[in-house]
Structure formats: C-alpha cells, structure tokens
Design a protein. Sequence first.
Length: 269
Amino acid sequence: MNGGQAPTSGRTTDTRDLLAAYDAQLRGAPPRAVTHAPDGPLTRIAGPLRALVTAPRDVGLRGGELDELIARQRDFFAARGEAVEWRLRRHDLPADLPDRLRASGFTPDPPTEVLIGSVEEAALRRPVLPGGVTLRQVGTDADLHAVAALQSAVWGLDLSGLGDDLIARIGAAPRDTVVLAAEAGGQMVSAAWLAFRPGTQFATLLGGSTLAEWRGKGIYRALVDARVALAADRGTPYLHVDASPDSAPVLRRLGFRTITTMTPYVWTP
C-alpha cells in the first residue's frame, strides 16, 4: 500500500478513513503504462483527450510560488499545443487555489462525485442483462478501437486516442486493465473497464458509457456488477469512481459513498 492508514473493511468504515486512503493511495503516479512525469508536487499525466495534472491534497505552496507553479503547467502545455486538465478536489488546499487557477486561464468544468465502494458491501450478484444483450471481455486492437468509437459517439467528442491508450495499458500490464463490452445484434452498445492499482487497496471503475437508445435497461448496472465480481476475485477491497450525475445514483444504491467532488479546471490552447 502506498502510505496512509488502511481503512477497515465493513459498514463501520468511516467516510473520513476512506477519504484519507484515497488521498494517500490514488493521488500520485497513475497506473502502469500511462505516460507521466513529476513537476514538484504535481504529476503530469498523458490522456486520450487532454493531459491531466493531479496533486496531493495540499500542494504546499502559497501566493506567488503557487502562481508560478500553475503558470508553468499552462506554459508547458501551451508550448506543446495541448489542452490540460488540473483535477481539483473539494477539500484541496490552499482555499484560494480555484481563484488562482482561473486567474491563469483555467476554466472549471462541471464537478463529478468521487465515490468509494466496499467490494464486500456491494450487492454481489450475477450481472443481469436485458434480452438479446451479451457481455464479454475484449482485448484485441479492433475491439479496443471500437470501444473508443463508442465513447466518441456517446459523448460527442473525438476520443479516438482512447483506443491506443487502452492498447498500451493492456500491452504493458495485461492484468491491470480489464475491458468489458455489452453487445446486441453484433453492435457494441456499452463498454466499461476496471483499472487495478497494484500496491493500493483500490481499483477504479472507468467508462460505463451506453448508447442513448440502450439506456435505462440495466446495462450500466450489469457492467458494475461484473466489475465488482472481478475485484472480489482479485481480493481488492475497494472500488473508486469519478461518477457522472447519471451514474452516481446507481452506485449509491450499491453502497458507494460520496467522499468528495472533483472539478476539472481546463486550459485550452
């Protein structure tokens, strides 16, 4: 485990313990096979849509020194012609960090909820899919590019780079990323993946995007159930997810708890 007090398993686990474990274990280097580099207290991470900047709860700088750190990220990615997203949690310090990000040209996107779920507490059950829908693990280059095409269609963005990102992750550490696809009539209608974090108590739920005409049929819940079962098989105690407003209610019904929020502050060339 990467530092921090391990939360105890079971319903008595305090939300503050989960938040402390999240801060200690999930806010440093990303999973293996993801390109990243440190800059002082920050970590710059390559992403399929835009680069990411993540930091500990307290970056440890104030005033002009903090402004210089923020400007250095902006200028680094400006020189590369890349957009960058600084991930800020609700409980981060210093309190004026949001204002300083805005002053450097970063714009906040809508926040997402950061939820943690106990694999032991989650309602373990066999995934229940609507008629005509099947679920399988995918891993070929063609399948992973199809996942990227699905994500692009759902979100109305060019996420074609996601296919190469998933291929690189699986190629470098095959057990760390498990991708699942729901299909109907030979068409991929939903996809999600589970990223294991060796050395931590957590795995992360990612994806979970479904074509509009297939929503509300229980496919997202089935993908969650399948990934909970995978985590249980590996002995991973906790699942983490940055959840959209559509996903968060489903996860809370499974016992996931909101521990904070995450707001992406985005700078675009």
